[in-house]
Write a protein that binds this ligand. Sequence first.
Ligand SMILES: Cc1ncc(COP(=O)(O)O)c(C=O)c1O
Length: 476
Amino acid sequence: MGAPANAPNRKGNRMPPLSNLAARDVETLVHPYINLASFRENGPLIIERGQGVTVYDTEGKPYIEGMAGLWCTALGYGNEELVEAAAAQMRKLSFAHLFTGKSHDPAIELAEKLKEIAPVPVSKIFFCNSGSEANDTQIKLVWYFNNALGRPRKKKIVSRIKAYHGVTLAAASLTGLPGNHRDFDLPLPGFLHAACPHAYRFAQEGESEEDFATRLADDLDALIVREDPRTVAAFIAEPVMGAGGVIVPPKTYFEKIMAVCDKHDVFMIGDEVICGFGRLGTMFGCEKLGFRPHSLSIAKAMSSAYLPIAGLTIPEAMYQALLEESKKIGVFGHGFTYGGHPVSAAVALKAIEIYLRDRIVEQAAARAPQFQARLNALDAHPLVGEARGLGLIGGVELVADKKTKRAFAAAHLVGARAVAFAEAEGLIVRSVLGDVLTLCPPLIISAAETDALFDRLTRALDRTLDWVTRERLAQE
Ligand SMILES: Cc1ncc(COP(=O)(O)O)c(C=O)c1O
């Protein structure tokens, strides 16, 4: 995901001397998800302000935020109602916690609202601060649950190759990307990765979507049987995989996967950290893809990223088991100082009010056909192996050879170069493993802004193609 020393800067050229602010950054910060060595040369893109779907750098240059930050600023920038909700709550009660029997209004109200809109049965909500914490909590609760049920061996967790579930110890173990494991001594024992549901890369010649889905479910079944179902506790999945390259599963995938989980009494966790709150044109991603997990992890767009807040839903059977454990062992020993922070909770409540009142999810669904049509048109571009997506999320996989689907050598950093050209064109996108450009704009993006996004992306792809041709990179 990072860029080696020969990486281009965002103008697609070698970098001029770093500005004062950039130089200070390089001397003071360790940044996530960058090649730390080449970063010292190229420096950061420093964003100063934002309005609507546009952000501005320190020189005043505007960019369409084609990634909604990190898949999260669904309501865009400069939303005064969210700002006011935060300020009002800060004035009234700037902090309160949920430990040791204390509580506060915003957490109670938000939990009630989440129970009301969740597409699955929910007994209780547990709050934390990030998607990683939500997924770590999921794993801890599954283990605790199975201990409470007297099944201490039922502890293994199945995730998928190319999944992204975060970076804390359990979450990073769930993540199925090599860069999150290598030299971190991960995944931890007991974390398994099933096959990735990406037809373009992994379906067999002539295999239909439904047949591919059946094969994936059969593979999962075989994996669980091989491991011994009495030792397999849970399966976790994003409805559409995000950071793994925007992978939309084949038709019937989740209904078949759910049947396998049910057969082996495996708890199914839906990671809605990206797909939740409207991304696919439904409030939750599992509604769009037609499945009902036992629990959901939520974060990001819950507050439109105005403040950090995350959580998970707990079904009644699990809550009852936690209750019984408390009677036996006393304190429920899990929680985060800022979990359900009142200011974050007040902002999330306001964000959900806006989603419902302004019909933001319906708006996203209405924008999706234009977004997907412009996305799919990129399939014709000589550099694009597959353009794919659902709702307002998209991935554009760049390849050296369209016919054979041959990828570029990783060292050429073709995706990073395309990102740099996109930034030069006034568009922020991201490149993930395998030179996949990802798109995930704020849900409030207009028709004209959607066209501008794809016009800029097309120009960036053309410039990338010129460079690839000049450097003869497709031939290696
Ligand atoms: C699906 C999914 N789950 C979990 C996470 C981790 O969230 P965080 O970065 O807030 O820990 C992410 C982050 O991108 C994500 O995309």
